[in-house]
Write a protein that binds this ligand. Structure first.
Ligand code: PHE
Length: 345
């Protein structure tokens, strides 16, 4: 009986290895292990075997059964994962290739490139200054009084570090204006035409504010610079970025580091300044600007009798959203790394 069992095993294995599909394997299984299968039938003779031999034969029968059903499973898996022979061997060079998934720049990076290109055309130089900054460059050197609300930890992030005796505490820069004095120190003698685009940080988080955001700051210092240069630059930017049919307007405002100071508006892209549901009065607020305060020039080592300048600083996220008319319910979506959102742009 042992010999018969071994023969059954060998016969089954060679059939299994030659099987071409699942149906054929099913057939083999039935042929050997099925109710009337060769293996099943031979087991019926087990009681005829002398008692003392039975355990050994039983064990052999068991292992034969396991070997056969394992071999069927393995062949099944092999057939499933293996490509049909033909497809593997033939290389059709006219078939289109597999395209790897291709990403693109983040919406904000795209906006930054566009803004940079616009200002480079009229001679601005892009610079980058520290995000982790001394109080001096962000506040004190910009003419902020000691008790200005922006300087306490309600609006500004402070770094846990001993303050510098001259430059004060270490903070995360809350605006790109911190680049103004750094640029004056770098260039030393005007002309200056700086474009500083950087991350800024403030303690704020709601649908239209995120704790980290981007600003772009322009600074021009030269002889005889006046408000007309500022207005011309604003107009140029607004027409280049938003479109030739848009206008800019300046309103009196207050900043510590500019005098006079302005708030800059852009005519609404929907009603073009006539007034509509979206803008209410025809204009959308873009950000701050002004003529550089003589104290700031002085702190930057520039003679304010000889030179004058203008500066402006606006939010990248803000101008982007004003341009696209993309109805983002929550600005923080920009930084959520949600591909369903980002892949649309
Ligand atoms: N730094 C100002 C802000 O963050 C904007 C500004 C820049 C105003 C330059 C005037 C001149 O709101």
């Amino acid at each position: 009986m042992e010999e018969q069992l071994i023969d059954i095993k060998n016969a089954a294995l060679s059939l299994i290895l030659d099987a071409k599909d699942k149906a054929e394997l099913e057939e083999i299984k039935l042929q050997f292990l099925g109710r009337n299968g060769t293996f099943t039938l031979i087991l019926k003779d087990l009681p005829k075997i002398p008692k003392e031999k039975r355990p050994a034969v039983g064990q052999l029968a068991n292992s034969v059964k396991i070997t056969i059903s394992d071999a069927i499973d393995r062949q099944n898996l092999k057939l499933k994962t293996e490509k049909p022979k033909q497809q593997k061997d033939v290389l059709d060079v006219t078939m289109p290739g597999h395209k790897p998934p291709l990403g693109h720049h983040h919406l904000i990076t795209q906006a930054i490139s566009e803004i940079t290109a616009i200002f480079e055309k009229i001679g601005f130089t892009r610079v980058k200054y520290p995000e982790v900054e001394w109080d001096w460059y962000a506040f004190e050197g910009l003419n902020f009084p000691k008790d200005h609300p922006a300087r306490d930890d309600w609006e500004t992030f402070f770094i846990k570090q001993k303050p510098d005796p001259k430059k004060g505490p270490v903070i995360l820069t809350p605006h790109t204006s911190s680049g103004q004095i750094r640029e004056m120190e770098r260039v030393k003698t005007p002309p200056i035409r700086m474009l500083n685009i950087a991350k800024c940080y403030r303690r704020q988080s709601d649908v239209s504010h995120s704790p980290m955001f981007h600003q772009f700051e322009g600074l021009v210092v030269d002889k005889n610079i006046s408000i007309t240069h500022l207005k011309g630059t604003l107009d140029y930017f607004v027409k280049s970025y938003f479109g030739a049919n848009r206008k800019s307007r300046i309103r009196p405002y207050h900043f510590q580091f500019t005098e006079p100071s302005f708030e800059v508006d852009v005519s609404c892209g929907i009603c073009l300044g006539r007034g509509c549901k979206l803008c209410k009065a025809g204009w959308l607020e873009m950000g701050g600007a002004g003529m550089v305060h003589p104290n700031v020039l002085k702190f930057g080592g520039i003679n304010s009798k000889e030179y004058s300048g203008f500066a402006f600083g606006w939010g990248v996220e803000r101008v982007l959203m004003m341009k696209e008319g993309i109805e983002i319910d929550d600005l923080r979506l920009l930084y959520s790394n949600n591909l369903d959102f980002l892949e649309q742009f």
